[in-house]
Design a protein around this ligand. Structure first.
Ligand code: SAM
Length: 275
């Protein structure tokens, strides 16, 4: 089984013959190694909650990497991971994580049990394109929360949010591999709020490309603004909301912001709703 950082890379020859399923699994493994930093996200969610949260509801969970990190780090912790994609949820099973292949707005999700934190990370609420769908998610998140529970969502904003272009990152790994990944904003329409973003991966060994996954993930999202997310959480019954700016990406430390200056440049903002 391919597990997070331990994932073996596919050799170039293998790549030419590998199946779509193998490419998908490699893409998930590289996503976990590059885009996500679940240990830091767990620490951030615990800090935002402020007491001793035990149960996480990870919505739009993908491979449930955050849920796995949660049960690893929180004593007596449990996690519910919900995603439409049953295969992604089954990528790296952990008996302490209960996975549900379903729509995050489905009534069945409420039966999973009360959560201390419900999280929708890495801009996942962009998967919901209408205000009605967003409100349905927020009402469900509210209904699932235990007393003192929080919902945590994120979005990107600021003046660069509608800019097209490519961000490239590289990281040298122990063992000589180099990971390269690009995040491309391909289209962005401020009139409709629709954006198309693509994530591509490359792995090099001794300078040679051994894994090449262009457009490993292509997202067609509605880019929700910070005030829209605040409004929706309030409308769903959250009594308090806060905005935290989180630079340079969604997994780092956050600081609460009380005026818009912090959101002017390119930023990742977290919106927290408290029941
Ligand atoms: C950007 S990925 C998020 C992965 C992960 N949460 C993270 O932090 O990186 C978005 C995920 O949302 C799932 N998804 C999209 N619409 C959904 C819905 N209505 N209900 C449940 N999952 C959904 C997709 O299958 C995909 O795995």
């Amino acid at each position: 089984m391919i597990r997070g950082r331990a994932s073996p890379s596919l050799a170039r020859d293998a790549l030419t013959t590998c199946t779509q399923r193998e490419r998908t699994r490699e893409a998930w493994a590289l996503y976990e190694r590059t885009v996500q930093d679940p240990a830091r996200t767990v620490a951030l969610l615990r800090r935002l909650h402020g007491a001793r949260p035990r149960v996480l509801g990870e919505d739009f969970a993908g491979t449930a990497a955050l849920s796995r990190a949660w049960v690893e780090r929180v004593a007596g912790g449990r996690a519910f991971a919900v995603d439409l994609d049953a295969e992604a949820l089954a990528f790296a099973p952990d008996p302490r994580v209960e996975c549900r292949a379903d729509d995050v707005r489905s009534a069945a999700v409420a039966d999973l049990g009360p959560c201390d934190v419900v999280q929708a990370g890495n801009f996942s609420l962009g998967e919901l394109h209408t205000r009605a769908d967003l409100e349905a998610w927020a009402r469900m998140a509210h209904a699932r929360l235990a007393p003192h529970g929080i919902a945590v969502v994120d979005t990107y904003g600021g003046e660069s949010a509608w800019r097209l272009g490519v961000l490239e990152r590289r990281r040298a790994e122990e063992g000589g591999e180099e990971l390269r990944w690009t995040w491309e904003q391909r289209s962005a329409d401020p009139l409709t709020g629709e954006v198309v973003d693509a994530l591509s991966f490359r792995v090099l060994r001794a300078g040679e490309v051994v894994v090449d996954l262009p457009d490993a993930f292509v997202y067609r999202w509605r880019l929700w603004s910070v005030p829209e997310l605040v409004d929706v959480l309030r409308a769903a019954g959250f009594v308090r909301t806060e905005v935290h700016v989180n630079l340079p990406d969604a997994n780092g430390a956050a600081r609460a912001c009380s005026d818009g200056a912090a959101l002017h440049g390119g930023c990742v903002a977290l919106v927290v709703g408290r029941v």
